[in-house]
Design a protein around this ligand. Structure first.
Ligand SMILES: [Zn+2]
Length: 319
């Protein structure tokens, strides 16, 4: 059975099943893609109870150390530098007085924004208790520990709203973008960063693209569906750039073997299948590594990376 695309209302056709690759063994979901606007989504969407259980087991005090390691990683810092450049270009010579970061996580990006504009009020919206408590300890960052649709921030008051790796987690991205647009003052800037369905990793590796990450990634927008979401909220999409995650091919190879013939497959105890699969994987490993090191970085620079950074403006003259 096909269902309606959540962005353009055309048909979302089922492509393939996607596994929980992060915590392992939690389940399998169907991933669908819209033939008209290219938007990707889990179909049917996981229930609220399923999501609450998943996030409850992900954002725990025990996982805080690994969350901090990701927050401080070199790749995360690279994304933040590129994002900062895009934001500065979009704002021009107008320093913001209020900034809202939706889905602030551990607050690393919010802290960067405070360091750049020390006189601006930087508000991070973060629902996870564990992440929000960590982020609230950052100097110059105010954390609102509520869902975005109940954040209570005054409409029209922010010059910059950012949604980094947030929108793909929200069950209703159209409503979230509309809310972000509502918070912006005229001339304000929205910056959205998310895993891009059109990037090389999803395009080449399909269901073994680790960025599927069900059930937390509910939506994987295309450039067109993201533009539709932004325009639908009255915003004007500006320039978009991409970056490629490192070691995508190696990760896809490991996942493909693990889930088809390895420990997560029905052949977990059958060495007649697992043995040749492991040998095949080892033979392909140098090829995957060569792709990741020699080819992938250039695909990101050429606009085919799988992290999409999109800037949009709210019409009107800045006050
Ligand atoms: Zn669509």
């Amino acid at each position: 059975m096909n269902v309606a695309c959540p962005v353009c209302n055309s048909t979302l056709s089922r492509l393939y099943p996607v596994h929980d690759l992060l915590l392992g063994g939690l389940g399998v979901w169907d991933f669908g893609r819209c033939a008209a606007c290219g938007h990707g989504a889990l179909t049917p969407a996981p229930s609220g109870a399923e999501l609450a259980a998943f996030y409850g087991s992900l954002y725990t005090p025990e996982n805080l150390a690994s969350m901090r390691a990701i927050d401080r990683s070199g790749f995360e810092r690279l994304l933040r530098r590129r994002r900062a450049r895009a934001v500065v270009r979009a704002l021009g010579d107008r320093p913001p007085t209020r900034i809202v970061d939706v889905g602030a996580g551990l607050g690393g990006w919010a802290a960067d924004l405070h360091a750049r504009w020390p006189s601006a009020e930087v508000i991070g919206v973060e629902l996870s208790e564990v992440a929000a408590n960590d982020a609230a300890a950052r100097p110059g960052v105010t954390i609102v520990k509520r869902p975005f649709d109940a954040c209570g921030i005054e409409p029209g008051s922010a010059q910059l709203v950012s949604m980094n790796h947030y929108l793909e987690h929200d069950p209703d991205p159209a409503a979230a973008v509309a809310r972000a647009a509502d918070l912006l003052a005229p001339g304000g800037v929205l910056v959205v960063e998310l895993p891009w369905i059109g990037g090389f990793a999803r395009s080449l590796f399909g269901r073994w693209y680790w960025g599927h990450l069900p059930p937390q990634h509910l939506h994987l927008p295309s450039k067109e569906s993201l533009s539709r979401l932004l325009r639908g909220a009255g915003l004007e999409p500006g320039p978009a750039t991409t970056t490629g995650y490192p070691f995508q091919a190696v990760v896809a190879l490991v996942l493909a073997i693990r889930f088809t013939a390895g420990t997560r497959s029905r052949y977990a105890n059958n060495w007649l299948v697992r043995g040749p699969a492991v040998v095949g994987g080892l033979l392909l490993l140098p090829v995957a590594l060569a792709f990741d090191v020699l080819v992938a970085p250039f695909l990101g620079l050429a606009g085919w990376g799988d992290v999409l950074l999109q800037v949009a403006h709210k019409p009107g003259a800045p006050r």
